[in-house]
Design a protein around this ligand. Sequence first.
Ligand SMILES: [Zn+2]
Ligand SMILES: [Zn+2]
Length: 366
Amino acid sequence: MKAAMLYGIEDIRIEEMEIPKCEGDYLIVELKKATLCPTDLKKYYGHKDDVEVGLNEEGPYILGHEAAGIVIETGENIKNFQAGDRVAIQPMISCGECHYCKMGKKNMCLNLLGVGGSAGNFGDCIRLMKEEGIGGCFATHLKVPEQCVIKLPDEIDYAAGSLIEPLADVIHSINKVGVDENDTVVIIGLGPMGLFHTIVASYHKAKKIICIDIDDERLKLSGKLGADIILNSSKEDVIQGVLSLTNNIGADKIFVTAGGKAQKSCVEQALAMVAKEGKINLFASADINEEKLTVSLNDIHYRMVTLTGTVGFEDKHAEEAIEILKNKHFDYNLIRNIEYPLDQIVEGIEDYGKGKNIKVGLDLSK
Ligand SMILES: [Zn+2]
Ligand SMILES: [Zn+2]
């Protein structure tokens, strides 16, 4: 097999290696398409504390967790899959035994690890690859436990299948606060995940979708994906904008998808434009130094505002992602709008989000 090995910060090398041995509860997937995620970029650029330590102590690692392919081998305990099955990767590796796993909330697992280092301590993920051969998706082959594959219906091609993970994350976010035809929805931040929120909110038939960003191109694109109104926060007062669009009532459901240093001020905007009994979901992660937020206690009490967050997804959210992709509710090429061969992964990483690029795909067969 061929893999993109991360040796250190900004140091990826394409290497040939043996396909891991398949036994017991595991399967081998020949991967066809993958998609890059900001989580991969954070690792590549060393924006997380545990990356350099993990690589130094445990050795090189294969990133990547958004992918789809075909099962080529199954261990003797696998009953529900067989060679030839088309599958998408579900990257969360949960223990199945802790308090949260028993409730079906594997995204909250106390011992959670992730394919391609997408969850848990990075060094622990590398050890899982060294000891059991379970690495990441920027490779032609992947060994995974059965819990990490989802069957792909024929209507969904491999490139679309590689978007099931990020889409399921967003469906979790939308369903956490619930969106229906009575809701005015605001989405703050139009990275790929903000654009996915626009798509899913429109799938849920929100009454009005207002998208906020500083980039006119992204705002225009959100219009194609379901936004009714777009507001550029670098050019106008978006709090006043939302209030005047809602007769001074405010928005029912607000999703903050802008992360990092921008997040705190976006949440403050959300609190200033939310309706009574409105709900705000924090989708993205904040700056590494974890900014603290000051919240008015009377917003929570008298105005009955809900402030919550989501991470990862549950099985039911992946099922809805499959429904949306199967129904061709949107053209996924508008989101995954550029693709590179695996050999050019570094170019792909460098081009992520640049200019008109939204999500960068990888063709793993080249
Ligand atoms: Zn992802
Ligand atoms: Zn668990």
